[in-house]
Every structure is written in structure tokens, then in C-alpha cells.
Ligand binder design. Sequence first.
Ligand code: ADP
Ligand code: MG
Ligand code: MG
Length: 252
Amino acid sequence: MLVIKNLKANVEGKEILKGINLEVKAGEIHAIMGPNGSGKSTLANVLTGNENYEVTDGEVLFDGKNLLEMDPETRAREGMFLAFQYPIEIPGVSNATFLKTALNEIRKYKGLEEITPKEFLALIKEKASLLGMDDAMISRYVNVGFSGGEKKRNEILQMLMLEPKFVLLDETDSGLDIDALKIVANGVNIYKNPNTAFLVVTHYQRLLNYIVPDFVHVLYKGRIIKSGTKELALELEDKGYDWLIKEEEMEK
Ligand code: ADP
Ligand code: MG
Ligand code: MG
């Protein structure tokens, strides 16, 4: 589903990603871990098309299509979903209106008819109730005055409504408390299915207690220096990153 080949990227003229290779298949959950400043958020930003990040080499194929040529809106219509570290507030636009518009954009792109208001209401109520969200949240302005946990839950509601093929979660440094972590993890576990892939970016192992990854990759200085299964995450929790970094430096 997602194939990243020798991806290099600059931020403000400085090379941050130095040749990333990664393949994520449908149905898989991959975790990207690594010390602070290793380029995890940079990778997430490049994948979602943030224009402050300049790709200098390599390619990314999303379902066989050149992802790097697509603008962020096209990426979303093609089925890529980014859960923001800091979800944006949209005063004056209700959650229902926002989600109906987004959903219809995607349906139109796929050549499907617009969802009827009745179908939409039934769908959003069903998804909100799966997440234990109060119906009142549906008519409130997007994220305005929401608590941290409510914003997280709202983000997950967006994911359940839009049914993306590829979900990118950047939870690094977000200072999520355990309840918010559980909300995110619960949403991922509800949504997890054979047609969808997840890339979970996290500094700490604790999120992976709730979202069990199939593969774990360690990013360091813009390169993946180790890949493994969920046991690697546990080892990192136990021993930190230093031993891996020493191994890496020895090899040079
Ligand atoms: P991580 O998410 O792994 O902590 P980042 O991708 O946020 O790492 O950062 C990698 C490096 O890129 C760091 O040295 C950071 O200072 C730099 N960097 C990231 N974003 C920017 C930016 N917008 N402006 C300047 N430097 C940046
Ligand atoms: Mg950081
Ligand atoms: Mg980060």
C-alpha cells in the first residue's frame, strides 16, 4: 500500500531524512520509534504533504501512485488520514457539517453519490456511540472548547467516518495522558481491518501497550537503523535507545 524508497528531505535547508526505506502493506500496523529529533515528525509531515518540508530524493508510492506529486487534499481523497498532534479548531463549522462535507468530497472523488442527510445522521450517531461520545458533540463547532481528550476522540470519530486506507498517527511529544492514549488506541482497534494500514509514530513505548504493532522501526538521525516486531519496542522500553545507537556507531 505504501512504499517509501530512499526518501530524503530537508527542513530549512538542512537534511533531516537521509534515505528512508519502508514498505507498509494493507492490514499491517507499523510503529516508528526513535529518540527526540531523529526525524519522526518530519517523516509524518512529508507523507502528508506539508510544504515546509522539501523532498530532495527518493519516492513514495501510495497504492502504486506517486504520493509526492499529490497535494494534501488529493492525498486525503485517495484515502490518507493524518491524526494531528494538535487538532485544529474550526469556529462556526459544526462537526456534522465538517464531516458531511469531507465525506461527500471523498465519495464524489470515488464516483459515488452524496450521502443523504438521514443516512449521514445515522452513521455519525453510530460511530459516536462506538467511541462513547455524547450526541451533543456532533453539533458543536469542530474542536472549539474541546478538552484534550475530547479533541482526540473527535479525531478518531473523523477516522471512523472517513474510512481511510492509510492512517498516520503522530503522537510524539504530545504529552497525551493515559486516558487520551486509550481513546486513540481504542479507536485504532475498532477501525483496524484487512484493507487499512497504520503508521504510528511515537517516542514512548507506552502507546504500543494498547496498539499492538506488527512491525517496529527505529529512526535515528534520519535513517531507520533497526526494524523488528513488537518485542523490539519492549526491549527499547527496557533498555532505552543508547545501546542501539552505539551498535549503529560501531558499524560505521
Ligand atoms: P522527532 O519527531 O523525531 O522528534 P523531528 O522530525 O521533529 O524529530 O525533528 C528532526 C530534526 O529536524 C530536529 O533537529 C529538528 O530541530 C528539525 N526540525 C524539524 N522541524 C523543523 C522546522 N519546522 N524548522 C526547523 N527545524 C526543524
Ligand atoms: Mg520531537
Ligand atoms: Mg516529533
